[in-house]
Design a protein around this ligand. Structure first.
Ligand code: SF4
Length: 311
């Protein structure tokens, strides 16, 4: 999955100097969130309509499970995010709240349920993501393809972004996973190369770049995301941008990492909104076609706009 967020499944069928200041005990890191990270309230009639459908039909979206700060804005724009292939992941990324373990059997009915839910919710732009299923020979590619194909059949006007996992160099699986007719294919780098061991221990920086390169070579619109505030240096972010451009990336999201629970990796730094703005400029200068950068940006933030980015 990704930095999108945070937790559970969706459709389970269901600098500051203090030198002269009086000494005060330091607040715990989790309590020191700056003002710019305050959550916006969900508003608007479209949001209310989606919310009602979700409640009525006892559906779950990762937006709700992850308590995403942008839920009101995304749902108001007709965008919602679904997680497929279960709620147990074979990986243990240190920022992610999804449970790690041996997943249960593949649910072959899931594509139908997800497609029906998207149709029922009248989603204009669906973002679909999944856990990693490294134990499966095809990495879950068949379920991925069926989900996209069925969604397109039931909701021909709905655009789709698939936020796909690391296929672990199974390039046949990548081909199947990306063959359903989705408009955007994302794969999140999550962080800079030097932090991979800490942040994504079972992934490899170069392998993820290659996955993006192969996706681009197949003619798709490519997207990726990086979380900031994990201890990366600006130079390393710039290097990651260069690497992504060299491997054919079109769209990049940059957002603030937030620690989902005390058991997860701590926030190393809260990045100022001005720094996010500077990263956006830098990314565009370095050749990215579209950069979404801000403290509250998540992978699917403004996702409906990304389908219009030229390939
Ligand atoms: S691959 Fe990592 S980020 Fe994605 S669901 Fe599994 S543990 Fe979470």
């Amino acid at each position: 999955m990704d930095s999108l967020l945070l937790t559970l499944p969706v459709i389970q069928a269901q600098p500051q100097t203090a030198a002269l200041a009086p000494a005060e005990p330091a607040a715990p890191a989790r309590a020191r969130k700056p003002d710019w990270l305050r959550v916006k309230l969900p508003i608007g009639p479209d949001y209310a309509a989606v919310r009602q459908l979700v409640d009525e039909h006892k559906l779950h979206t990762i937006c709700q499970s992850g308590n995403c700060p942008n839920m009101g804005e995304c749902w108001g724009a007709g965008t919602a995010t679904f997680m497929i292939l279960g709620n147990v992941c074979t990986r243990s990324c240190s920022f992610c709240a999804v449970a790690t373990g041996r997943p249960s059997e593949l649910d072959l009915d899931e594509p139908r349920r997800v497609a029906e839910a998207i149709s029922l919710m009248k989603v204009k732009h669906a973002v679909i993501t999944s856990v990693n299923r490294d134990e499966l020979k095809d990495r879950g590619a068949g379920v991925w393809r069926d989900t996209v194909v069925l969604t397109k059949q039931l909701s021909p006007g709905t655009t789709i972004e698939t936020l796909i996992p690391d296929v672990k160099a199974n390039w046949e699986a990548l081909e199947v996973m990306t063959s359903g007719g989705q408009e955007v294919i994302s794969h999140n780098m999550e962080t800079v190369g030097s932090l991979y061991r800490l942040v994504r221990p079972q992934a490899k920086y170069d392998r993820s770049l290659e996955q993006i390169r192969r996706t681009k070579l197949a003619g798709h619109r490519t997207k990726s995301g990086i979380m900031l505030g994990l201890g990366e240096k600006p130079d390393e972010v710039h290097q990651a941008m260069d690497d992504l451009v060299a491997n054919g990336l079109d769209i990049l999201t940059l957002g603030q990492y937030l620690q989902p629970t005390k058991r997860h990796l701590e926030v190393a730094e809260f990045i100022h909104p001005d720094a996010f703005a500077a990263y956006k400029e830098e990314g565009l200068k370095r050749g990215l076609k579209y950069v979404e950068s801000g403290p509250l940006v998540r992978s699917s933030y403004h996702a409906e706009r990304h389908v219009n980015v030229p390939i």
